[in-house]
Design a protein around this ligand. Structure first.
Ligand code: PLP
Length: 362
């Protein structure tokens, strides 16, 4: 079946007793055993909960993996994935990835790591060491929107005998399915497009094979950063419209990118050609506070992937934890703004950006 169909049916057929079409929200923390040594399949909700299981099964199906796992946030999902490695294991990471991932790896878990431009396969190859155990890639990257050649990285990871982990938050399984290309694990901030309405914080992992899925499930249960049933329900409800939303996000983003390309106060637009995310450099840093103060429809807020258009200043928001020299080297400058293009009418988004860019000259 087409993914648009699979998305709509996420969570259905889970309640044979009533035939409920919407997935029931099971708030039970624990489950009564039929007898000694017997289980309904559910014992305690940290380990398994029926509403979360509906989401986890849907995620596995959508990404083409053996096992899906839902977490309290995207960072909790990444934390769980990094439990696969010991203190001696080295990881190669995309250099301009989400600032929170940088903070987790560099400051909190102190994983031995090397950052590279993962859009350049030879740079990735050069960064591999005998103790490298994984390659963690964002494609497109956040916020510079560089895309990686995933089939080439799959071949490289296989040759080196390491895991390939792909953060698929920006494109979602609607536009890109890394596991089908041979990646081992997909990560999501489900807060973003999967849930899609800026009303829930959630994360996900999907493993391509069952054995790896089992190791991740063991870590998930051991650490306990699970997604609650109400939030799992909200993500399932969001998934149902993902195909429609992604089409609209993408159509709007293409129009907005074309408008910004032509605007005299915009020096450069970074749009990967697909999806709803783009970044742009304004010609003068003074335009940043002007635009952020003048937008009326677009919301000046962190996050992305929801129905509302959000505008972000990576330097002080999403990427504030990255040292200033690193940010400068990556192109995350004091002139860079990031847009998560929503599903409003695109002419309204463009009019708002036009009046905000021109606000200083009125
Ligand atoms: N991965 C990417 C690409 C992100 O943009 C984010 C958050 O912005 C995360 C992971 C972390 O997800 P969360 O905020 O749900 O913890």
């Amino acid at each position: 079946m087409n993914i648009a169909t699979t998305l709509v049916h996420a969570g259905t057929r889970r309640d044979p007793a009533t035939g409920a079409v919407a997935v029931p929200v099971h708030h039970s923390a624990t489950y009564q055993h039929p007898g000694l040594g017997q289980s309904t399949g559910y014992d305690y909700s940290r380990t398994k909960n029926p509403t979360r299981a509906a989401l986890e099964d849907a995620l596995a199906q959508l990404e083409g993996g053996a096992r899906g796992l839902a977490f309290a946030s995207g960072m909790a999902a990444l934390h769980c994935a990094l439990q696969l490695f010991g203190p001696e294991d080295h990881v190669v990471l995309t250099e301009d990835l989400y600032g929170g991932t940088y903070r987790l790896v560099d400051r909190l878990l102190r994983v031995p790591h090397t950052f590279v431009d993962t859009s350049r396969v030879e740079a990735v190859r050069a960064a591999l060491r005998p103790d490298t155990r994984a390659l963690l890639v964002e494609s497109p990257t956040n916020p510079m929107m560089k895309t990686a050649d995933l089939p080439a990285l799959v071949a490289l990871a296989r040759e080196a005998g390491i895991l390939l982990i792909v953060d698929n938050t920006f494109y979602t399984p609607y536009l890109q399915r890394p596991l089908e290309l041979g990646a081992d694990i997909v990560v999501h901030s489900a807060t973003k497009y999967l849930a899609g309405h800026n009303d829930v914080v959630a994360g996900a992992l999907v493993a391509r094979d069952a054995a790896l899925g089992e190791r991740l499930a063991y870590a998930q249960n051991g650490i306990g950063a699970i997604l609650g049933p109400q939030d799992a329900y909200l993500v399932i409800r969001g998934l149902k419209t993902l195909a429609l939303r992604m089409e609209k996000h993408q159509a709007n983003a293409r129009e907005v990118a074309a408008f910004l390309e032509r605007h005299p106060k915009v020096a450069r637009v970074y749009y990967p050609g697909a999806g709803g995310m783009l970044s742009f450099d304004v010609t003068d840093p003074a335009l940043v506070p002007q635009v952020l103060g003048a937008v009326k429809l677009c919301l000046f807020a962190e996050s992305l992937g929801g129905v509302e258009t959000l505008i972000t200043y990576p330097t002080t928001q999403t990427h504030a934890d990255i040292p200033a020299e690193r940010r400068a080297a990556l192109g995350i400058s004091d002139r860079l703004l990031r847009l998560s293009v929503g599903i409003e009418d695109c002419h309204d988004i463009i009019s708002d950006l036009a009046q905000a860019l021109d606000a200083g000259s009125r």
